[in-house]
Write a protein that binds this ligand. Structure first.
Ligand SMILES: [Zn+2]
Ligand SMILES: [Zn+2]
Length: 483
């Protein structure tokens, strides 16, 4: 039913690496060993795809090497999990999935790609993973800006959670998010001792505070589900995530509050979420559970500040609950944050309704859709309906110091996109301190150019002016997480 294709495309560097045939339809994956969730290639199945991409000579070197060399030969392994549908997903309001977007954007390239060989490939995932892990070279570390504002991205944990640390270090991130397991599976193998110790060793080596890591919960989890059986299944997955956090020494855990699925009143479902948080607190020792605000489509909960407050009010241990504000979700759910006055008003309302003391983290995303659109469509900073000034308000708001602020913008599998967005974000802080005039168009162009390049449509732009000389950062003890 689902076939893996291997092809070569040696003429030029590419992001496009695989053509998958699923019930006669085609879709494209880009360079990565990251596990992909390619939603709805056809039928009802969710196809989880592991793509190991490499040139013949770089087979042994693993994912990192591959993603930087943009190699030419793809080996794709596919598994189909037909029975692992989320009970949360509502048809017209899905989370903005990067793979979906990529698939769409890359569609033009599909025609150009010439499969030279198409065959059923027996899954050799385990072997590939082991290779990727062993082969994951220490990255070229990008200098990190010394700042109280802790900016980073949701990086890949392909090959093991320990690799997320390397991916963060390679883009100059001062904070990062990751998935602790497959975000589309109900169960995943436990973290290995090796993985845990390597994660911790790398956190120390690269100078990351464990409070600057914001794991993102599985998309399957709906703790508000009125169906007790489904809710229990979600709770087990949720608790498993929290236990992984504790094994890794991570202090925060971010999740989507879920949906009423139209089956019960909002208040009742919000209470279910709080009840699960209370239960999870008792089953764990320290991790702080951070509820994300949502964009607001259909029956999704957490779109209004009052939803967040209702859940928090019902949580017994208030020291271990908080909120992660996603800028795209805020905007899509009707909270304007574009000009300084609107941003301040939104923050004041948050403080009044929820309380700033509960604000623990941010997701920094522009929005492809307008204010109050109720759509969750992330866009690169400055290229959407929110615009760069909002991110400048955030970067210069001292109330937001020492909390992870994580990009979830489209990267097109090129981490450099996030690296550039991080540079732009820190430039706002620098401009503000220097009382310099901000040239918005120039900054938007910096993002636009790197995105174009990542999409395979342009030359790689030169480094942003924000970068410091190599070596400068070595002695810096960055201050993120030192609260
Ligand atoms: Zn988010
Ligand atoms: Zn979102």
């Amino acid at each position: 039913m689902l076939r893996a294709a291997t092809f070569t495309r040696p003429s030029r560097p590419l992001r496009l690496v695989a053509v998958l045939s699923f019930s006669g339809r085609y879709s494209i994956m880009s360079t990565s060993t990251r596990r992909k969730s390619l939603k709805q290639l056809g039928g009802d199945a969710t196809a989880v795809v592991t793509a190991a991409v490499t040139t013949a000579t770089e087979v042994e070197k693993g994912a990192r090497k591959v993603s930087t060399t943009r190699a030419a030969l793809a080996v794709v392994k596919v598994e189909v999990n037909e029975d692992e549908e989320s009970d949360l997903t509502e048809p017209e309001e899905e989370e903005d999935e990067k793979p979906k977007k990529k698939t769409k954007r890359a569609a033009g390239k599909a025609a150009k790609a010439k499969p030279v060989k198409t065959e059923d490939e027996p899954p050799k995932e385990k072997k590939t993973k082991a290779k990727a892990k062993k082969g994951m070279e220490e990255p070229e570390v990008k200098d990190r800006v010394k700042s109280d504002m802790c900016v980073g991205a949701h990086v890949s944990a392909a090959g093991g959670v320990e690799n997320a640390v390397l991916n963060a270090a390679s883009i100059g991130a001062n904070a990062f998010a990751l998935f602790l397991k497959s975000q589309r599976k109900w169960t995943s193998p436990p973290l290995t001792e090796d993985s845990i110790s390597l994660f911790k060793a790398r956190m120390t080596k690269y100078g990351y505070d464990t409070g600057m890591v914001l794991p993102h919960g599985s998309y399957l989890i709906n703790l508000g589900n009125p169906d007790a059986g489904k809710r229990e299944k979600a709770y087990e997955c949720f608790l498993d995530d929290l236990q992984r956090c504790e094994q890794l020494g991570i202090k925060l855990y971010n999740f989507h509050p879920g949906s009423t699925v139209g089956g019960a009143p909002l208040e009742e479902c919000l209470a279910h979420v709080a009840e699960s948080i209370n239960r999870a607190h008792k089953a764990t020792s320290h991790v702080c559970i951070v509820i994300e605000n949502m964009a607001g489509a259909g029956n999704v909960m957490g779109c209004r500040f009052s939803d967040l407050a209702t859940m928090i009010n019902l949580v017994e241990d208030k020291s271990r609950v908080g909120v992660c504000l996603d800028t795209c979700h805020l905007f899509a759910s009707g909270y304007d944050i574009r000009d300084k006055t609107a941003y301040q008003a939104t923050m004041e309302e948050f403080d009044k309704v929820v309380g700033l003391r509960y604000l623990k983290a941010w997701h920094l995303n522009d929005s492809k859709t307008p204010l109050n659109s109720k759509k969750d469509r992330h866009e690169n900073l400055g290229l959407g309906h929110i615009g760069l000034p909002t991110f400048s308000h955030i970067m210069t708001d001292p109330r937001l110091a020492h909390m992870p602020m994580v990009l979830e913008t489209p990267s097109f599998e090129q981490q450099e996109v996030w690296g550039r967005e991080i540079d732009v974000l820190y430039s706002f802080e620098r401009d503000h301190k220097a009382k310099a005039t901000v040239y918005w168009d120039g900054k938007v162009n910096q993002v636009r150019e790197i995105v174009k390049w990542a999409e395979g449509k342009g030359k790689k732009p030169s480094k942003a002016g924000a970068k410091r000389k190599k070596g400068d950062a070595e002695d810096d003890e960055h201050e993120c997480g030192s609260d």
